[in-house]
Design a protein around this ligand. Structure first.
Ligand SMILES: Cc1ncc(COP(=O)(O)O)c(C=O)c1O
Length: 321
């Protein structure tokens, strides 16, 4: 049995069509994915709305999930519709009004070699209550650390895929940034421009223009990022997709992370540790507090996910329908 106090468990998780008690394990220790990172996953959020729980951009998440599986040549044992139904079932079964939802497809127990020729593909779905990813105080703005290591490059694999093994770089660097006393890491890419956080996109505001980068700068083009760009355009805020330099970060009026886990979180302080041979340098972003554009976009985003902006209803999938 698994027991600890750091995971705000739910009652049951779903595995290959069956529910299991949260603390009951059901995978073999020689599972291929455990050894080689041969899994793909999604991070999805459901929110409480006046019409009951709703999942934000569920179809886009499931499309990306299936795309990720194709990169690992997985024969997915369920259709997209079946996965969506299973996610709804998981929320129902656990009576979750809002939740973080984690579907994972992985090569299971089959053969020991790198090529998972005889390893079945299994699907597990868990959902639980997960609050602010970067801590309760993160809404006031976080302090980021620009890493000395460069992000994996878009020419090396399909960055639209969320492959378990690739996230080991995010873990190493997330730990490194925290050991430096910061809240989160920021990667530069091989070109020396800003890429992204370990699990978040970066957007900046300069002179009223909202700017972010795209896959050609070695980022996963997140669903939250793309939703925020659309919200900004609908609000008459100019947007630009172009490379972001380190100097752009230091000189930005506002800076924020966007992602399913963090949602929208202001960045107010930067430590530049990217030059391994020179001392770290500190910068304050804008006035050192969440800026007006970030606050406005975050407010609208939270209203949308909470079902309070009817023009964006098609971004939500209601569980009780
Ligand atoms: C590396 C990386 N970048 C960006 C994001 C943000 O993507 P999304 O908004 O789709 O959650 C994520 C999270 O999935 C991520 O893991």
């Amino acid at each position: 049995m698994f027991d600890n106090t750091h995971f705000s468990k739910a009652k049951k998780y779903w595995s290959m069509g069956k529910f299991y008690n949260w603390s009951k394990p059901n995978i073999h220790c020689m599972t291929h994915a455990l050894h080689y990172g041969t899994s793909v996953f999604e991070g999805i959020r459901a929110y409480s709305t006046p019409k009951g729980p709703a999942v934000f951009q569920l179809k886009k998440h499931i499309d990306r999930f299936i795309h990720s599986a194709s990169v690992l040549d997985m024969k997915v044992p369920y259709t997209k519709e079946e996965i969506i139904d299973a996610i709804k079932l998981v929320l129902h079964k656990n009576k979750l009004d809002s939740a973080y939802i984690r579907p994972i497809l992985f090569y299971s127990y089959g053969n020991p070699g790198l090529v998972p020729k005889f390893c079945p593909v299994e699907l597990i779905i868990g959902a639980w209550k997960w609050g602010a990813y970067l801590g309760e105080k993160s809404a006031q703005g976080v302090h980021v650390y620009i890493l000395p290591w460069r992000r994996v490059h878009y020419s090396q694999y399909d960055m639209a895929a969320k492959l378990g093994g690739i996230y080991v770089q995010s873990t190493i660097c997330g730990v490194y940034a925290r050991n430096k006393g910061c809240d989160e890491a920021v990667f530069l890419n091989l070109e020396g421009n800003v890429a992204e956080g370990p699990g978040e996109n970066i957007l900046l505001v300069k002179d009223g223009v909202l700017k972010t980068n795209d896959v050609t700068e070695s980022v996963l083009e997140g669903i939250t990022r793309t939703s925020i760009l659309k919200i900004a355009e609908d609000q008459g805020i100019s947007t630009k997709i172009e490379p972001i330099t380190k100097e752009d970060l230091f000189q930005a009026d506002e800076l924020f992370f966007a992602g399913t886990a963090v949602e929208v979180i202001p960045i107010v302080r930067i430590t530049d540790g990217s030059q391994a041979d020179s001392p770290d340098k500190e910068y304050t972003v804008g006035k050192g507090m969440p800026g007006p554009v970030t606050k406005k976009l975050k407010r609208i985003f939270m209203e949308i996910v909470g079902g309070k902006q009817s023009e964006y209803e098609d971004w939500l999938v209601y569980i009780n329908k």
